[in-house]
Design a protein around this ligand. Structure first.
Ligand code: NAI
Ligand code: MG
Length: 353
């Protein structure tokens, strides 16, 4: 029996409702594969911010540094500015633990209607690899002359050779293990310093992966192609901002943001990686028990895979696919009437509980 220690951060809103689903799936499928999970739960959240003035304690990172993985539900509260919740919790973890790869798999499952007519189940299957610690989301910059007509704001995008190369290297290697196709998101026509640099690094790395075919697309055209012909993509690599936007668009193409999983990976494993569904705390439906748990459950599969349990991870994915293909059980975001618990129970049954 292998035991993994997981730092569990349910967060706010539906984060608290979907985390138990992920946990149930990890426990059930893990048990069958000789894997046990021990959880340490942390109340880090906007709720904590409102009580104590901080999303997490000052020594937060030290408390979870030695865990095997971090599972986060979602954070966000209409009464707390979003930059507070993001910069007070998620970004410190991503940066402090050098989780420079943000991995977002996208699939159109049989039994889920995509709003995109050409998005056929079984054909759309790609992964967005987003650079996760530098790029456009930088603290460098500032505001001047506040309140005056000449007020200005400057925000510097930061692209480093090391930072871009390591995430591209991950994306190429992932494409090699998949269908051997990489699309690089760029905007080197309009953004004349950082994006040509990004393009050069892609072209420089490509010869090391002769078995991967690659192309680059400007982000605007790429967004259009993602809607018009989503099946053509295998791995899409993008900067922090481009990857962020693409992955929400992709999640919508797949049918619901409630299904979309994500992993923040430190490939060197010097630090724990963090697993979180793409969706936020969904204040509009929080507390009603109707959140779609599939995003969190698929995210649990990514955690299993990362910890070396590929077979268990595949079983979870199969269970998700089977529930959608073979039953009419669905949460309201997918056009059904089931609650979070009922939907989770159905997945657990298919996962062999
Ligand atoms: P959101 O993802 O929370 O919700 C967008 C829409 O999708 C809403 O209509 C919501 O009801 C629906 N939705 C999302 N997840 C769903 C699920 N599992 N099942 C059914 N429907 C679902 O994004 P929004 O509204 O932009 O943000 C709400 C809060 O969450 C904000 O405070 C935001 O900052 C935060 N947020 C946090 C994230 C995180 O913790 N990683 C990521 C994105 C947003
Ligand atoms: Mg986003």
């Amino acid at each position: 029996m292998v035991t993994h220690r997981i730092a569990l951060i349910p967060g706010d809103g539906i984060g608290r409702e979907v985390t138990p689903a992920a946990r149930a799936v990890l426990d059930t499928v893990g048990a069958r594969h000789g894997v046990k999970f021990d959880y340490d739960e942390f109340d880090w959240s906007c709720a904590r911010f409102r009580r104590e003035g901080a999303m997490m304690p000052d020594d937060g990172l030290d408390l979870i540094r030695h865990h095997d993985g971090i599972f986060l539900g979602a954070v966000g509260d209409p009464a707390v500015p979003d930059h507070v919740s993001l910069w007070g919790l998620l970004i410190p973890i991503r940066r402090g633990f050098r989780q420079y790869v943000n991995l977002r798999p996208v699939k159109v499952f049989e039994g889920v209607r995509s709003p995109v007519r050409n998005a056929v189940a079984g054909q759309v299957d790609f992964v967005v690899v987003r650079e996760n610690v530098e790029g456009e989301y930088s603290e460098i910059g500032g505001r001047l002359n506040r309140g005056f007509p000449e007020e200005l704001a400057v925000q510097e995008a930061v692209f480093t050779r090391a930072g871009v190369t390591r995430v591209l290297d991950y994306a190429f290697a992932l494409a090699r293990r998949r269908r051997g196709r990489l699309t690089s998101a760029t905007k080197s026509n309009g953004i004349v310093h950082t994006m040509p640099f990004w393009d050069e690094l892609v072209a420089g790395l490509a010869p090391s992966f002769p078995d991967v075919g690659w192309e680059q697309e400007h982000i605007d055209a790429l967004c259009a192609k993602l809607v018009l012909d989503p099946a053509r993509f295998d791995v899409i690599a993008g900067s922090n901002l481009f990857g962020d936007i693409l992955s929400d668009l992709a999640a919508a193409v797949a049918g619901s943001i409630g299904i979309a999983p994500a992993a923040n990976i430190n490939p060197e494993r010097d630090f724990p990686s963090m697993f979180e569904p793409v969706h936020g705390s969904a204040p509009d439906i929080a507390g009603r028990g109707i959140a779609n748990p599939l995003g969190a459950i698929w995210t649990a599969a990514l955690l299993l895979d990362h910890l070396g349990h590929a077979e268990a991870a595949a079983e979870v994915e199969h269970a998700i696919a089977a529930v959608l293909a073979e039953t009419g059980i669905r949460t309201p975001d997918l056009g059904g009437t089931a609650g979070t618990e009922e939907f989770t129970k159905a997945v657990l049954e298919y996962a062999g509980a």
